[in-house]
Design a binder for this molecule. Structure first.
Ligand SMILES: NC(=O)c1ccc[n+]([C@@H]2O[C@H](COP(=O)([O-])OP(=O)(O)OC[C@H]3O[C@@H](n4cnc5c(N)ncnc54)[C@H](OP(=O)(O)O)[C@@H]3O)[C@@H](O)[C@H]2O)c1
Length: 336
């Protein structure tokens, strides 16, 4: 097993600070072969990348987890599952949220993943005008207290609504938000509140779907049609809003120089930079299981320390970008 940084996300829930993101098995990021994907999950876990981020709507992700767990338990015994963490999400359509609806949804994830108790459930809500998110969360908290969920968390909530939830006495462990060299919105209001109230951030979009890598350095601006995953398309739009392709090339050139100093990749620098931000517990890296493998590169993130000179160089480029907080709003506002 590689020596990877771990952190206690909540009592009894240690995670690897680089999490395996399973949106990439949903079908919109290339064709995923089930057997190859399951084999890839096993080698990630064997190497210490033990923490998985998924959702009810990421295609077969929850079923993959169920099958992976069954096979691993059959091969190595039930104790082999103890050191693995599976963080799923519930993303309901807005509507009435009586206990029966909430319990049924949690039941589906428990069945699919083959888990009596879910490690962590992250809740998303599309419409703040509909205050029934508080009903849903209070029933989820009851289910947690009854043992169906170990820990409750959020995804894509803004600072104001995170504060509202906490003020209602609902305990949440973390909020999952977009956070990268390109998207620094969480630094503005979210991270300070998280620091005050003891909530962790889980970051996604850390390498912008792969744009923050050598692959795009020195390349002409890709047309939307040339980007073959929805992740790349999503973050290319972010890059456009942030400052455009020429400034992005300047950032990649600077990151390559920093990466060179430390003998790592551009992606490793981008991931380390996010992991070192206040309130950030982990970075979720999209895994195209069976199609690509970045374990060796990602392990180097944990030996990398960015120094003042690195930060000064990077900051000089970021200072030229537009302010996404003003353009888009707080965390998650792009979904609403
Ligand atoms: N809560 C939400 O709304 C939300 C939204 C988006 C994502 N997420 C979560 O975050 C995860 C990450 O997804 P994302 O779309 O934000 O993508 P991402 O992690 O920014 O990008 C993943 C892609 O980056 C490329 N890459 C280049 N260097 C890498 C390296 N060293 N390590 C890993 N990948 C590298 C890979 O491309 P190749 O495969 O081509 O090599 C990989 O497919 C998702 O799976 C999901 O769990 C959550």
């Amino acid at each position: 097993m590689m020596s990877l940084e771990r952190l206690e996300l909540a009592a009894g829930l240690p995670i690897c600070r680089i999490l395996n993101g399973l949106w990439q098995v949903s079908g919109a990021h290339g064709r995923i072969d089930r057997e190859k994907a399951l084999a890839s999950m096993a080698v990630h876990a064997d190497d210490g990348f033990t923490t998985w981020d998924l959702a009810d709507h990421y295609g077969p992700a929850e079923d993959f987890v169920g099958e992976f767990r069954r096979r691993r338990a059959a091969e190595h015994g039930g104790s082999a599952l103890v050191d693995l963490q599976f963080l799923t999400k519930w993303v309901p359509r807005p509507g009435p949220m009586p206990p029966s609806v909430v319990e049924a949804a949690v039941g589906v994830s428990r069945r699919r993943m083959g888990m009596e108790t879910l490690d962590l459930l992250q809740f998303h809500w599309w419409d703040y005008g509909d205050r029934r998110y508080l009903d849903a969360l209070s029933h989820l908290a009851d289910l947690r207290d009854a043992g169906a969920i170990r820990h409750l968390a959020l995804t894509n909530f803004d600072t104001e609504h995170l504060a509202t939830i906490l003020d209602h006495g609902i305990r949440v462990v973390s909020n999952q938000v977009q956070f990268s060299l390109i998207d620094r919105r969480p630094e503005r209001r979210m991270a300070p509140l998280c620091g005050e109230r003891g909530v962790h951030l889980l970051a996604y979009g850390t390498v912008c779907g792969g744009l923050l890598s050598e692959r795009y350095l020195g390349q002409p601006e890709p047309r939307a049609g040339a980007l073959d995953t929805v992740s790349l398309q999503k973050y290319k739009r972010m890059v456009d809003a942030w400052g455009g392709w020429p400034l992005f090339q300047e950032l990649l050139t600077t990151l390559r120089a920093v990466a060179h100093r430390h003998g790592v990749s551009i992606a490793a620098v981008a991931i380390r930079w996010v992991l070192d931000r206040p309130a950030v517990a982990g970075a979720i890296l999209g895994r195209r299981l069976g199609l690509a493998d970045h374990r060796a590169d990602d392990a180097r993130v944990f030996t990398l320390m960015l120094d003042a000179e690195d930060h000064t160089r990077i900051e000089a480029v970021l200072a030229k970008s537009r302010d996404l907080f003003t353009l888009i709003g707080d965390c998650g506002d792009e979904y609403r």
